[in-house]
Design a protein around this ligand. Sequence first.
Ligand SMILES: *Cc1c(COP(=O)(O)O)cnc(C)c1O
Length: 374
Amino acid sequence: MPKIPIIDLRAQYLTIQEEIDAAVRRSIEKTAFIGGEEHEAFEREFAAYTQVRFCAGVANGTDALVLALRAMGVGPGDRVLTTPYTFIATVEAITLNGAIPVFADIDPVTYTISPEAVEKAIESMPSAERATVKVLLPVHLYGQPAEMPRLLEIAARHGLMVLEDCAQSHGATIGGRKVGSYGLAATYSFYPGKNLGAYGDAGAIVTNDPVINEKIRSVRNHGRTDRYFHTVEGVNSRLDGIQAAVLRVKLRRLDEWNRLRREFASLYDGELSTCHRIVRPIIDEGAVYHLYTIRHPERERLREFLAQEGIAAAVHYPLPLHLQPAFSRLGLAEGAFPEAEAASRDVLSLPLYPEMGADTVRFVAAKIREFEES
Ligand SMILES: *Cc1c(COP(=O)(O)O)cnc(C)c1O
């Protein structure tokens, strides 16, 4: 019995092997390890793909968030409003800038930050605290776009800048317009398992704002304006030439891969529609299904059953960030964000990747039906 992984990067490599090998070889032959033509070309192509003016490549998606918040002027004493139900990097980027995270609960249907909860969080703050909130940071989780039009309206009313975390949503759209083009800036991760993944760590910030773009370009490269002339204290967070070359090859496939993800998501949706204990993700033509995450009241038993059948499944995420020991100093207790907590208890991500094929989707779904009927 073949094992079914959550994602299969080797299967993907085999479909693009010649082009990847040639791109890597080209980078090495040109010794274009840092910067170079491929790097500049990728920045141009990814900005165009995201429908924004500027793209700055950086070392990873976490740095992208850290540098974007810094370029937006977020520092000690400032507050950033975000979701407790995301990968920890979103919130690390806030605290690494010395700022304070403020959480608003998620919408249980989209798993993204709830506009009502954002409004309530702002309104329930004492006015001195409210004045320190600078940025609203929604995450398009699992490839599902957050409700950007409403979030932008709330942010505008309260004078907040908006930064989108697009680490799980390369190519996702709202009404045909790409996520990442709504906020003042947006960040991407090209961690290998993301919808657009490098062959190592990589990330980027996109923006239409020339000032933010210039700040990030300087800070990511030691605050340089010339080789040994530094206007500000920066960091070393650059996108490698070889990674840029790999990303260029893969960017050309991204729309097709996302189309397959959507196709398999809707196939799962139909195949699991008779399982009444399962909550399926919404079908949204703008979503890119980085993960296909269901809810089940007996999540652990289902996961063990699937594991015995050779099918991998994973929990994204087992503990919301406000309950993580790393953020215990925020003093938030269980019950603070009930929707995030409820999701953490019963979500389960099923195998979903462009190379898996419809038969494998049907096979996984049939095994889940078997579990439900036993
Ligand atoms: C992956 C991820 C990040 C961090 O990206 P890295 O490239 O791993 O640093 C940030 N936010 C979210 C939501 C992510 O999924």
